[in-house]
Design a protein around this ligand. Structure first.
Ligand SMILES: NC(=O)c1ccc[n+]([C@@H]2O[C@H](COP(=O)([O-])OP(=O)(O)OC[C@H]3O[C@@H](n4cnc5c(N)ncnc54)[C@H](OP(=O)(O)O)[C@@H]3O)[C@@H](O)[C@H]2O)c1
Length: 292
């Protein structure tokens, strides 16, 4: 098992390239000292990696204090996600980014294949292991799929890192057993989407990119009211729920603009009293949210 020592915050670039201002944001992301950068082969159809690569070239190289983490994706035309595709995916990522190697490359959203297929001969995971053995990738990770798939991947013992999203937040806990299992193996745990995709920071009415079931929405409202009662900022509290967890090595926060990046520092520096988190716990186990 290779250990990764990430910064406690990782800047999520999944929307980079979808909105105007991508160059300015990419420049700011690679310059930022708040955290490393998370991207993927398929974010914004490849524009996220491309924008980061363009920023790296403008800067004359990746600044020494930062790291780019990326992920392998299935073939966008055929959906194939085998070992050959993983190697092509990495070639595409390295070309766009203009880098020779990556400290972390993860199997991204392998919903369309079974764990046995991914682990078998010619499969995606042996290819990742091979690339790690060659030193082109420093560490390999499993970055989602259904919760039970992620648990199975963790149980294989093949990975250095697990990334889950939206399932371990101020209002959700379903990823906790997976994180505990990963921890027990010495894996690095990356907890993405602490705001539930935006909801806990910008008030969006969806959670985890989907409509909230009524009982879950009621739970979110109760937590929102507790934040008002305790005089705490909900976004800061949601971020700190993840940052303070002993199960989490790094929290991956989605950054959509330079303004959002500037707002992140004060959220990180905010002090959230323990009694707020105690009050949230006293609401009991959150009802099932939008998990798959
Ligand atoms: N399978 C995977 O590997 C996977 C899956 C999901 C996520 N991720 C990674 O995790 C990152 C985070 O996930 P996410 O972006 O979906 O969810 P998130 O971090 O829970 O929420 C991010 C959203 O919150 C809003 N926001 C950010 N800062 C804010 C602030 N200061 N005030 C108000 N709103 C703010 C932004 O939306 P607006 O600016 O539009 O308001 C942003 O899109 C992704 O970028 C990606 O890198 C990985």
């Amino acid at each position: 098992m290779k250990t990764l020592s990430p910064t406690s915050i990782i800047l999520g670039a999944s929307r980079l390239g979808e909105r105007p201002g991508a160059d300015e944001l990419a420049d700011a992301l690679i310059r930022s000292r708040l955290g490393y950068v998370d991207t993927s082969n398929n974010y914004a159809g490849g524009h996220s990696e491309q924008a980061l690569g363009d920023a790296i070239r403008r800067a004359g190289g990746l600044p020494g204090h930062t790291r780019i983490y990326s992920k392998a994706d299935s073939d966008p035309d055929t959906g194939v996600f085998d070992g050959d595709r993983v190697k092509r995916s990495l070639d595409e990522s390295l070309t766009r980014l203009g880098l020779d190697s990556l400290p972390l490359y993860q199997l991204h959203d392998p919903y369309g294949l079974t764990v046995a297929e991914a682990m078998g001969p010619g499969g995606a995971v042996p290819a990742l292991i091979d690339l790690r053995d060659q030193g082109v990738i420093g560490a390999i990770g499993i970055a989602s799929g259904t919760l039970s798939q992620v648990q199975e991947y963790v149980d294989t013992g093949a990975f250095d890192v697990v990334l889950s999203h939206n399932r371990y937040t101020l209002v959700t806990r379903t990823a906790e057993p997976v994180f505990q299992a990963a921890r027990a193996q010495g894996m690095t745990v990356l907890n993405a989407a602490p705001f539930g995709g935006g909801t806990l920071a910008n008030g969006d009415t969806s959670f985890g990119y989907r409509t909230m079931p009524a009982d879950f929405a009621a739970h979110v409202s109760r937590v929102r009211s507790l934040a008002v009662d305790h005089g705490v900022d909900l976004a800061a509290a949601a971020l700190h729920f993840s940052m303070r967890s002993p199960l989490v090595d790094a929290t991956v926060v989605g950054i959509t603009s330079t303004a959002r990046l500037e707002a992140l520092g004060p959220l990180i520096d905010a002090r959230i009293p323990d009694d707020f988190f105690d009050a949230v716990e006293s609401l009991g186990t959150p009802p099932p949210g939008v998990d798959d």
